[in-house]
Design a protein around this ligand. Sequence first.
Ligand SMILES: Nc1nc2c(c(=O)[nH]1)N[C@H]1C(S)=C(S)[C@@H](COP(=O)(O)OP(=O)(O)OC[C@H]3O[C@@H](n4cnc5c(=O)[nH]c(N)nc54)[C@H](O)[C@@H]3O)O[C@H]1N2
Ligand SMILES: Nc1nc2c(c(=O)[nH]1)N[C@H]1C(S)=C(S)[C@@H](COP(=O)(O)OP(=O)(O)OC[C@H]3O[C@@H](n4cnc5c(=O)[nH]c(N)nc54)[C@H](O)[C@@H]3O)O[C@H]1N2
Ligand code: SF4
Ligand SMILES: [Mo]
Length: 733
Amino acid sequence: MPTKFSRRTFLKAAGAATAGITAATTVPKKFLSWAEEAGQKDMKQIPTFCELCFWNCGLIAKVENSKVVKIDGNPLSLRGRGRLCGRGNAALGALYDPDRLKFPLINTGKRGEPVWKRATWDEAFTLIAQKMNTIKEKYGVGALAMIYHGTGAAFWKHLLHAYGVTTFAAPSFAQCRGPRDIGFVLTYGADVGSPEYYDFSKSKYIVLLGSHLGENAHNSQVQDIVKGFSSGAKLTVVDPRLSNIASKADRWLPIKPATDMALLLAWIRIIIEEGLYDKEYVEKYSTGFDELRAAVQQYTPEWAEAETSISSEVILDVAREMGKCAPNVCVGAGRYATWYGDDTQRSRAIAILNALLGSWGREGGYFFPTGAKVPEYPGLPAYPHHEESTPKLDAAYPFALLQTTTSIKQATITDKPHPIKGWFVYGSNLMKTMPDKQETIKAIQNLDLLVAIDTMPVDFINYADIVLPECTYMERFDEFAVGKFKGMSEVSLRQPTVEPLFESKPSWWMTKELGNKLGLSAFFPWKDGEEYLAKRCEAGGMDFAELKRDGVIVKKGGNPYITAENQPEFATPSGKIELYSKQLAEKGFDPVPQYTKHPTPPAGYFRLLFGRAPLHTFSRTTNNFMLTDLQKENYLWVNAKKGKELGLKNGEYVMLVSQDGVTANGRIKVKLTQRLRDDAVYMNHGFGVHSIGMKRANGQGIADDDLITKHAIDPIMGGTAMRGNFVKIVKGA
Ligand SMILES: Nc1nc2c(c(=O)[nH]1)N[C@H]1C(S)=C(S)[C@@H](COP(=O)(O)OP(=O)(O)OC[C@H]3O[C@@H](n4cnc5c(=O)[nH]c(N)nc54)[C@H](O)[C@@H]3O)O[C@H]1N2
Ligand SMILES: Nc1nc2c(c(=O)[nH]1)N[C@H]1C(S)=C(S)[C@@H](COP(=O)(O)OP(=O)(O)OC[C@H]3O[C@@H](n4cnc5c(=O)[nH]c(N)nc54)[C@H](O)[C@@H]3O)O[C@H]1N2
Ligand code: SF4
Ligand SMILES: [Mo]
């Protein structure tokens, strides 16, 4: 080893990578100083991307003697721009978690009361293949389904499609952004994207309804909103809780929970009646203005005040401020949108409000993204088609453009419209994710096969028959992350920074092996994950070596705004923005959103509100030792005055009981605060872990999901709304 570490020797060390791991060959200058300081070590810097949430920010791993020692943001990544959120920095906590799933496991006990047998990979795959074939013979391939969240799911979708499976659903749709996407698709013929196409950095006025940006840490989006502020953007936040972003806002509207629709409809009415809308835009690009106007007449500011508890003057002022700043206004579509059951309609109201302000395709509103695509691996056989022979699961929800977990669960319980007997669950902790655990357990007990592909022994794992331990995102090649941005698009590469620990394996490997057992080897012609990605890059005219070196390939181009030459197209039946939706009317839904009153908590109960912990992602990180140091349990926010009336003290532990008499496991610390209304309590989601395998997280705080014993189904798209639960505080825990 040379005694002095120069750039040249660093590159040499980087070149001497272990099998399957190749390092960056040119390193951004910023990082070289770190390499030089560190001296004579066997060091590499390897770009890859984060999986601690779906934002998938680019990161650079510093690897010393085959150990990742530090993580930095990749400055070339459009999703992070060189920065990482607190969770992103905790990659080492995910990679080196001693509680990780280490070997394939077969449950020889009952579902929910497992007796684990350590298995070889071959044993696990043989058993899965046998069970799949039996289910296929007995019930048809339609009896298999997959539920997923995360990048590696792509390989499992490929395997199952190749086998003939057609049922795939994601809680990140039906329990999250689905209603928002459908509300916008019904209005504009397009959704708002992920990352969302918000043009915050250019906005003059921003409105957020229950999106607590900053606590919900969407990396580049948070950077954009801060840029917007520094250029003078005004912000109004509508939230029953003074969230961190609300505390930075010009106006905080502490709305009565479940009444946002009233506020939105009143704003629509004011903007129309005071002529504040963008007349030329509305005339040129939309249809149904007169019907909209007639349908919102009843929603006066005074009426909205009675519903929302926001004064009619404030409602008027905000509408006028929006009108004054139009079209450089962004009324955020939100992300977690399954709130009260009429969520597609609420999202449509947001979409309509933006349309009146003319903000779709305008600076400071919603930009048109630059598209990107990586071609499929060349020469793959076509998937078999079984759709015709399998009745559609989501027939009850006419606008479920993606299949829903709701329908999979119902079909598994009722065998209707056809039986579902096998679930593959990738990266989704169903015990915490889907409402009504007892119903989920009932569905699971009806299965002949439940395969879980995960990294951690989370609550849900205890219900699986076979557990396949995936290596973490720091140890694998994975599907590309393709992102559409303003005037730019990005393809990001995930590559291993170290070899997989224990016997964990990447999904590209698991699916190829299982594919071989199922006689599907023609669908897996690649030698390994790297070759799979390299061939696709080549087919798309991208330089794979460059991608490995930089972590991302960014392409520029595309006009983000409407101009004389860049006229928008709307993929709706009318080819226009549909303020009035004939599609909805034809299916028996309100063509213009209307207000529904939701139940309020009975005496002695509070509405249970929940949201993101800034330093955790759901149950993904609640065992991460770098993050438990920062927040190990959740707290119950209680309005200070109300709490004192109840004799509660700050920091005291309490128990919680749902309106259905279900007591949540464990206890939670009270946080008395003036930052919350007195008709609700609030907690972070992801805590109150039951699984004893999650040693650090087990028993810390209370799980919101223990208390979500009731849900409302969005009749338009099948999403399950969870904010209609009420809880009672029980002292003496
Ligand atoms: N009660 C309640 N329910 C909710 C929500 C809520 O706030 N409260 N939020 C809803 C929302 S917004 C969403 S998006 C959904 C999300 O819910 P899920 O789809 O369940 O997503 P996560 O909680 O992120 O998934 C966590 C699982 O992925 C595993 N995992 C982590 N990394 C990897 C990996 O690299 N490979 C594999 N195979 N597994 C991995 C974790 O160990 C964990 O088991 O939940 C929804 N459900
Ligand atoms: N740090 C961190 N960031 C994350 C995640 C994470 O787990 N951790 N998860 C990611 C995911 S998958 C998603 S979907 C997003 C979700 O991020 P958001 O879309 O911001 O959703 P929530 O976290 O559910 O938002 C909760 C906010 O809504 C407020 N709220 C509750 N009820 C009402 C109501 O009736 N009306 C109004 N106006 N507000 C209400 C709550 O007080 C709270 O401030 O975050 C993403 N970012
Ligand atoms: S926002 Fe944070 S957790 Fe999410 S991908 Fe980026 S760095 Fe990772
Ligand atoms: Mo989500």
